[in-house]
Structures are given as structure tokens and as C-alpha cells.
Write a new protein. Structure first.
Length: 248
């Protein structure tokens, strides 16, 4: 079974809605396990930590680097956090009592509380997951810099979260259709794009307490995947090519 580390470019081979939603569901299930079965946090989730297996009718995904943050000493000492939900009401994630601890992170995937020097948590993991989900829908990088003023050496920073918010807020559906990865073309129904984008934007909420837990996220994404499978079967979308029903 071949595995590889995907980037925005390697998402190109997964050109169908249900293929990408299968990847999304797998990543959500894996993070659900990390949070609620292993009772820990990941703290290094990004597109580069997703391993994709190409065997079978649909690609499958696993998350790597699980435990790396613990080995690197990034996870805090045990201390209960009352702000975190835990299945059955027992326990929470580990929180650091040391303000000098250095937290490693990947640009574009770090929640604002981590950037400000706060401890990693399940909620910061959910933020990173939201960014990965937005990448799957849009095919864009979390952060990119574009030259402005005719190439005078000035660059403008563009955030994937900001472009997703703009697409979601646009009147009608054309904004969302233009924002969805063009390599998917019309194999990605707008309803699915809107639903997954709305879910991902909840995951990347600035307020950590506004982010959902992985029980809710995993269930919602699994439902979207099943709906996408039904849509693909109804329209008999082949798995190896893309079609375009209407111009963008």
C-alpha cells in the first residue's frame, strides 16, 4: 500500500467530491480517536501530516506525527482544563503550568491562542483541522503572498480563512463556485461545498470556546460523505475524470 505526504498539489489526483470527503472523514475520525480514545492532543496537524493511501476505489487518509509533540516535550504537564469537553464528562486535556514552554507550529495552522503563547489544546487541534478541510475544498494554501504595486517588492498576505469567509458571505452561489478547487469542476455540488466550508469555518473560529468538539465534527463530515456518495451514484460521476456542466 503506497502512502505519500500530500500538499495542495497532490490533492490534484483526488478530483471527485466523494474522494475528498472520504479523506476529510478519515482525518476527522483519526483526530476523534486522538482526542477521545487516546485522550491526548495532536498539536502538529497540517496537510503535510496527512498520509494518503491510493489503493482501493477511493483514497484513504491517516494522520502522521501523532505523538511527535509529546516526544518533543511540547505537550504540557497534567492539569485538568475545565473549558474542554471530554466524553462522559471525565477529564480534559493536559495543560501547562509553565509559561516558558515553547510551542512549535506550522504557519497557517496555528490558532490565535497558540500564536499568543497559550498552551495547545483540543480546540487548537480543531482549528488546524478546519484549515485542512478548507484546503480540501479550495485547493489553496493556508497562507500565500502576492506581489502588489506592479512588482515593487511589496507583498500582500492572503489567508485561506479570509477567502473562505468571503466566498461564504457572497450573495448567491457564484462566490462559492469560484472558490471551490477548479480541478473538481462540477463534481463538487455547491451544497456540499457550502456545508463543508461552513463546518470548517466553525472549526477556525477565533474564540476557542466557539469551536465544536470532534464528536460533532466527525459525525457531520461522515454525513456529508454519505450524501456525496449518493450524489455521485445518482449522476454516475466516474472516478477518473472530471466533468463541467456549466461555465464558471
Amino acid at each position: 500500500m503506497a502512502t505519500f505526504m500530500p500538499t495542495v498539489e497532490t490533492f490534484d489526483w483526488s478530483r471527485q467530491t466523494h474522494s475528498r470527503l472520504q479523506l476529510a472523514a478519515d482525518v476527522c475520525d483519526a483526530l476523534y480517536y486522538v482526542h477521545l480514545q487516546a485522550d491526548t492532543i495532536h498539536n502538529r496537524l497540517s496537510a503535510s501530516s496527512v498520509l494518503v493511501c491510493g489503493d482501493g476505489p477511493l483514497p484513504r487518509a491517516k494522520i502522521a506525527h501523532f505523538g511527535a509533540a509529546d516526544l518533543a516535550g511540547e505537550l504540557p504537564v497534567e492539569q485538568k482544563d475545565d473549558t474542554e469537553e471530554s466524553r462522559g464528562g471525565s477529564g480534559g486535556h493536559r495543560r501547562s503550568s509553565s509559561r516558558g514552554r515553547r510551542i512549535e507550529g506550522t504557519r497557517g495552522y496555528m490558532a490565535s491562542e497558540l500564536v499568543a503563547g497559550g498552551p495547545p489544546s483540543r480546540r487548537s487541534d480543531v482549528f488546524a483541522l478546519g484549515v485542512v478541510l478548507l484546503e480540501l475544498v479550495s485547493g489553496q494554501e493556508p497562507v500565500r503572498y502576492e506581489m502588489v504595486n506592479g512588482g515593487a517588492g511589496e507583498y500582500e498576505r492572503t489567508s485561506l480563512i479570509e477567502t473562505a469567509e468571503a466566498a461564504a458571505a457572497a450573495a448567491g452561489r457564484e462566490g462559492m463556485r469560484r472558490w471551490v478547487d477548479r480541478r473538481l469542476r462540477d463534481s463538487f455540488p455547491v451544497d456540499a461545498a457550502e456545508s463543508l466550508t461552513a463546518l470548517a469555518l466553525r472549526c477556525v473560529a477565533k474564540d476557542p470556546l466557539a469551536r465544536p468538539d470532534m464528536s460533532w465534527v466527525a459525525a457531520k463530515v461522515s454525513k456529508l460523505f454519505l450524501e456525496a456518495q449518493e450524489w455521485a451514484a445518482k449522476f454516475r460521476v466516474p472516478t477518473d475524470i472530471s466533468i463541467s456542466i456549466a461555465p464558471r
